[in-house]
Design a protein around this ligand. Sequence first.
Ligand code: FEO
Length: 386
Amino acid sequence: MHINKDIKYIGVNDHDIDLFEGQYDVPLGMSYNSYLILDEKVAVTDTVDAAFRDEWFKNLSEALGGRLPDYLIVHHMEPDHSALIKDFANEYPGAVIVSSAKAFGMMKNFIGTDFEHRRIVVSDGDTLALGTHELLFVTAPMVHWPEVIMSYDKTDGILFSADAFGKFGALDIEDEWDCEARRYYFGIVGKYGAQVQSLLKKASALDIKTICPLHGPVLTEDIRRYISLYDTWSSYRPEDSGVLIAYTSVYGNTARAAEYLADKLRELGCERVVLTDLARSDMAEAIEDAFRYDRLVLATTTYNADIFPHMRHFIEGLTERGYKNRTVAFIENGSWAPMAEKVMRAMLDGSKNLKFTENNIRIMSAFSKENEIVADALAKELLSLG
Ligand code: FEO
């Protein structure tokens, strides 16, 4: 695949993966992107996962067309991109490794060498002339690891963006960008909104025409839209008006309350109501939806004088990613000693700028007629807060 006349895609698609980074379900697979810039000097950007050694070297060798690489630019040291650095260095002993100081430190830990005698250490504002193309380096700490650098091809306006603007899903399957890019963002980078904001500030000084990320498709059109979504996500603003009702239920009673509330909201004209059973749906998808929408209902049972484990896991997933700036309501169930609302409130204690509803539902075992009245009031209140 050609990005343009001098730049080729040499990455791979992974359809064998079960869980990305050991936890994310990726039913559409995953791509590990790598690029080749053929100019007076030849630069390879990043490698791929170790399982794709042969395929990547074949792609590289074919794309090189008999030339030899002068540089390997390492934007990120996570092994889905860095696993073949040592193999590359052995295969092409004339090539110099280009990366950040922190990345070279990590290389020592990961592969036993920091390439002391064949490396160029780059930082913010440094450039690398390849001939027609000149790369400008931009540091992007914690997007997604501390060593991350990005590079910007000043000639063609291409940003090699490391993990940023990436997406779950292999490239040989058609899939719209937003949903899996959002799930990827909040799963992997969501905690680091402030760092993404710093990066966007630096990026605003660049005329970006194309984004070449380490995962997902090369973005060539409507670049402003992608940057705007990253701005929304990283500043913790809700992207859409809507209500996520996230619940757990042991015998179906809490589920009934959640479903009743969802129906009521729809009846009242709430356009986006998403209902998710945390024990049976993808946790990363639920977290993504919580950040996407402006209102959240947490419905769970009291369990071992605490809350049901999937709800605990969910709320922790939100708070560790800096959940804030939204409205939250509670539905608790406790057959003899309801504790769930208290526990959930305490878990959200450190979350900034949350508005809590006045109407919250307490179920004592089964969802009752009295509960319905409170649910009706809660539905109206949630609607009024949208
Ligand atoms: Fe795709 Fe943070 O590695």
